[in-house]
Design a protein around this ligand. Sequence first.
Ligand code: CP
Ligand code: NVA
Length: 312
Amino acid sequence: MKKDFLTLRDYDGQTLKDIIKLALKFKSDRPNFGSDFLKNKKVALIFEKSSTRTRVSFEVGVFEMGGYPLFLSKNDIQLGRGETIEDTSRTLSRYVDMIMIRTFEHAKAEKLAKFSSIPVINGLTDEFHPCQVMADMMTIYERFGSYNIKMAYIGDGNNMAHSLMLGSAKLGVNFSIATPKNYEPNIDIFNIAKEIANKNNAEMTITSDPFEAVKGADVIYTDVWTSMGMEAENEIRLKAFKDYQVNSRLISATGKKTYFMHCLPAHRGEEVSDDVIESENSIVFDEAENRLHAQKAIMTYLIKNGDIGGLI
Ligand code: CP
Ligand code: NVA
């Protein structure tokens, strides 16, 4: 049992499936199910980047489980004035029961976890966004009743791409990714994911051709072309990604009914056209809602030291 929830790489597929099963219970009996799982527990939520979904779903989730969320933006705590992550971690461990952090370098989240005596959850780093992918996989399971589908990811080889690769590999989702040259995912992470996928009889492919990637896809996923922290590259990126928009032409190239997914926030007219994100096959707000249920399940798993067998 891992103390923390930092990347999907640390978890085996069965555990991830169990956490999603628990998330579905939270969803079907909200807010009664688990309303005391965090009774008298305090959860610190550190944000070094902006957020709508992560912040609100964690705050609401902790509240609905009987706990107390503390929103700590970097401008309000000493971390933003140069106090070290090690000292922040050891201090918070004396007050609260769990920490969620949204930050830049993944190594910072790892350091926070290393120096804390309590569970740490990754609420997005430059490299990974595991909570989002748990909600996404839950959304897929709700729609298809199985993970045996094909997802095509079009766009930037970023934190979302990395976590989707790992989540797909662990759960047996067939995954293809199309990115422009120089915007590929981290090749080490791709190779790790591919090896795991092979063991789970799932395909994992990479190309620079979006039309090749989407062939036979049940789901097309995309994310912003300019992630938080990369704003200075925006102009260059708009040019590099211009042929990678998910629009109705790309969707129809799957040759079958295809759902559209996006972690949000979206930049309409850039990575996705307005008609696609507004179409009846767009399930972006199911994903957003499922953040709440998936994170309740993750927090339950951590606070109960992995002992969720009796709950699912
Ligand atoms: N998808 C996601 O993490 O959204 P926020 O940046 O609004 O938290
Ligand atoms: N890749 C995006 C995801 C936002 C939820 C970013 O890091 O800004």
